[in-house]
Design a protein around this ligand. Structure first.
Ligand SMILES: NC(=O)c1ccc[n+]([C@@H]2O[C@H](COP(=O)([O-])OP(=O)(O)OC[C@H]3O[C@@H](n4cnc5c(N)ncnc54)[C@H](O)[C@@H]3O)[C@@H](O)[C@H]2O)c1
Length: 335
């Protein structure tokens, strides 16, 4: 059985579905600080607790006879990591150390870890390979890189099979119920502005890119979830010790996303150009060759699929929250 930490979160609920579709049995550990266990498929056990609690993790591993871990639990907001660095290092780095300690003590030998393209930091033009220098620009990015170091060193010493998946810009929804309820990323931020009748912000339009706005590699969350299932399947057949970029391998600009959001929502909104944010690189696009050639995985969804599915799920989550609370969902989402 597999243990999915953070399995009640936005990406976790998609990963759990992909693993179950692939015939896996799964148990979720989540402290519900940002999770929605009601969105998990019926019958998936959820053990509520923190990954920082190694004894709790060992109890879960023992109780469910766990033979592999997908470790997604963590904090993900770059801005918040700048104002609360010790919280981020504790949750992400100590969390990783605790997961590995529980695994080693109970001889669980396989782990897939949620890393991030934030480990690359200042990227020069072109696509970024897994061998590019890692110069993260935020405590969040540094915490993910530290997790990778821990993983690599402890796995080497203890003989674990491991993979760190460096996600690029995750968006979209695999089901109308499974919206990204946070408002840290561009797509939900645009939707929140549309709901409020305000122009979404575009930070900088003088970058050295074709339309002057930043370019990122957007990956549909269901493609990302499938990548986890593929990695887990591959680990069945051979030990692994690998970092993979998980992106489309092509970029979209902020204005491309704005236009896709207009098409998806049917709202002819305008955007507002603001000053560039410090530390935002002009372009961050994955070189996704390694995962394609070594594991046969590639992204299947394009930007319209991503933004269209995200809008549909956003509309459902807005309606649900209105019904539940009677207040303006746009203010409540991501609070
Ligand atoms: N969403 C993205 O764009 C993105 C990009 C790169 C990497 N990631 C990483 O992917 C992972 C999942 O991200 P997400 O978007 O699903 O975030 P999310 O906040 O929706 O999900 C994280 C889940 O982990 C749980 N959690 C947090 N701290 C915990 C702890 N100490 N113990 C147990 N559970 C805990 C939360 O309750 C939540 O259910 C994170 O590690 C994040 O850093 C996300």
């Amino acid at each position: 059985m597999l243990l999915v930490t953070g399995g009640a979160g936005y990406i976790g609920t998609h990963v759990v579905r992909a693993l179950i579709s692939g015939g896996r049995d799964v148990v979720v550990v989540d402290d519900l600080s940002a999770g929605h266990p009601e969105l998990l498929p019926a019958g998936v056990p959820v053990e509520v607790g923190s990954v920082l609690d190694t004894d709790f993790l060992m109890d879960v591993i023992d109780m469910y006879d766990i033979d592999g871990v997908v470790h997604l639990a963590g904090r993900k907001a770059v801005d918040e990591s700048i104002t609360r660095p010790s919280y981020y290092y504790r949750q992400n780095v100590h969390g990783m150390q605790s997961v590995l300690a529980a695994m080693v003590r109970l001889q669980v030998r396989r782990i897939v870890f949620s890393s991030s393209a934030a480990v690359y930091g200042a990227v020069s033009a072109g696509t970024v390979t897994e061998d590019a220098p890692t110069l993260p620009q935020s405590p969040y990015g540094r915490s993910k890189l530290m997790c990778e170091w821990l993983l690599r060193d402890i796995a080497a010493a203890e003989g674990l099979s491991w993979s760190a998946l460096r996600y690029f810009n995750v968006a979209g929804a695999g089901d109308k119920e499974l919206a990204d309820r946070g408002v840290h990323n561009l797509v939900p931020r645009v939707f929140q502005a549309i709901d409020r009748g305000e122009p979404p912000s575009v930070f900088g339009d003088t970058y050295d890119t074709p339309d002057g706005t930043c370019i990122r590699d957007y990956i549909h969350v269901t493609d990302l979830a499938d990548a986890h299932a593929t990695v887990v399947d591959t680990m069945d057949t051979a030990p692994m010790a690998a970092v993979f970029n998980v992106g489309c391998g092509s970029g979209a600009s902020v204005l491309d996303v704005m236009r896709a959001a207009r098409r998806a929502s049917g709202v002819p909104f305008d955007w507002r150009i603001e000053d560039p944010r410090p530390g935002d690189p002009a372009s961050v696009v994955a070189d996704a060759d390694r995962i394609r050639t070594e594991l046969g995985w590639h992204a299947r969804h394009d930007l319209d699929d991503i933004v269209g599915s995200a809008w549909e799920a956003w509309s459902v989550s807005r309606a649900t929250m209105k019904t539940a609370s009677g207040q303006d969902a746009a203010l409540a989402v991501g609070a």
